[in-house]
Design a protein around this ligand. Structure first.
Ligand code: PEP
Ligand code: MN
Length: 337
């Protein structure tokens, strides 16, 4: 259930509703919007009587929420959420361009790519220090040494850092260095990790699971919000299908769908979405055209010797061209880049 407050409701009115909700043994989540505050109620097993709230001062409307997710829904908040990653906005008018190598391999490699993507126009840097690999024999990332390199990249380029958190054990350590914590596709339904990052106060980049429906993606985001972390960015990165001409099938129809039912920003990752360098540019154009809030692109200066995801990494010139084209396209859909 969602309690929508009147535009003229006072802070005292909001507090009274929150206390009433809590008095019933339920959780109240006030969500301030530009026009009015909505208060999401969670923790109920069955239906809640609207009568308990309808007549409280400042209450405009009591809406039963039919979708299983509540706090992430457009019903809870009409305006688009803009997540600030160390001052860089994700969501809203300006497109976010997140770029970097799949994995941090060395200081030289990470810095070279950092300077390069910064010069080309990226506004966030992403690289993995803890890597989720299908094979235990594959490169697993540099761990804490990789985090230190990421901090150095931030220092030298000024770009905020996004990096993956693999498990609850290392979450606090990663958060000491990162500006945004990525939950990878394989961990989208790792509920203890979601709860942990929900309790931490760092923006989260939540990637769609390989076989996850949009409802499942939004319910995973709901875990984060229900724990009090509202700084959540979603990411479409392709799903498993019968098709084998690409690594995954990039589900671009998810973008307008998510934007209609949720206020959270959503990025597109055409690198993992296709697994093939030549397909990243056309699908980046398509992602911008269909309303994505930004792109996540893997870039490598020497992809032939990359320790992970070389075949999908853009060469520096290709990334420069991608940003050029995205900047031309963005105004067509009312955006800037
Ligand atoms: C990655 O971002 O490098 C990664 C492992 O992505 P995903 O979780 O989408 O597979
Ligand atoms: Mn990768």
């Amino acid at each position: 259930m969602l309690i929508v407050m009147d535009a003229a409701a006072s802070a005292e009115d909001v507090r009274r509703v929150v206390e009433t909700v809590q008095g019933l043994g339920l959780d109240a989540h006030p969500i301030p919007g530009a026009q009015r505050t909505a208060i999401g109620i969670t923790g109920n097993r069955g239906t809640i009587e609207a009568g308990a709230f309808e007549n409280l001062p400042g209450v405009a409307e009591v809406i039963p929420v039919s979708a299983p997710y509540k706090l992430v829904s457009r019903e809870a908040k009409r305006e688009d959420t803009v997540v600030s990653i160390r001052g860089v906005p994700v969501g809203g008018k300006h497109l976010a361009i997140v770029a970097g190598p799949c994995a941090v391999e060395s200081e030289t490699q990470a810095l070279e790519i950092g300077h390069l993507v910064k010069a080309a126009g990226a506004n966030l840097y992403r690289g993995g220090a803890f890597k989720p690999r299908t094979s235990p024999y594959s490169f697993q990332g540099l761990g804490v040494a990789g985090l230190k390199i990421l901090a150095k990249v931030r220092e030298e380029t000024g770009l905020p850092i996004v990096t993956e958190v693999l498990d609850t054990e290392t979450a606090e350590t990663v958060a000491e260095y990162a500006d945004c914590l990525q939950i990878g596709a394989r961990n989208m339904q790792n509920f203890s990790l979601l709860r942990k990052l929900g309790q931490m106060r760092k923006p989260v980049l939540l990637k769609r699971g390989m076989s996850a429906t949009i409802e499942e993606l939004l319910l995973s985001a709901e875990y984060l919000l229900s724990e009090g972390n509202y700084e959540v960015v979603l990411c479409e990165r392709g799903v498993r299908t019968f098709a084998d001409h690409t690594r995954n099938t990039l589900d671009l129809a998810a973008i307008p769908y998510v934007r209609r039912i949720s206020h959270l920003p959503i990025l597109v990752d055409p690198s993992h979405g296709t697994g093939k360098r030549q397909k990243v540019l056309p699908l980046s154009r398509a992602a911008v055209a269909c309303g994505a809030d930004g792109l996540l692109i893997e870039v490598h200066a020497h992809p032939e010797s990359a320790l992970s995801d070389g075949p999908q990494a853009l060469l520096p010139d290709m990334f420069t061209e991608l940003v050029r084209q995205v900047r031309l396209l963005a105004p067509v859909v009312g955006r800037t880049a």
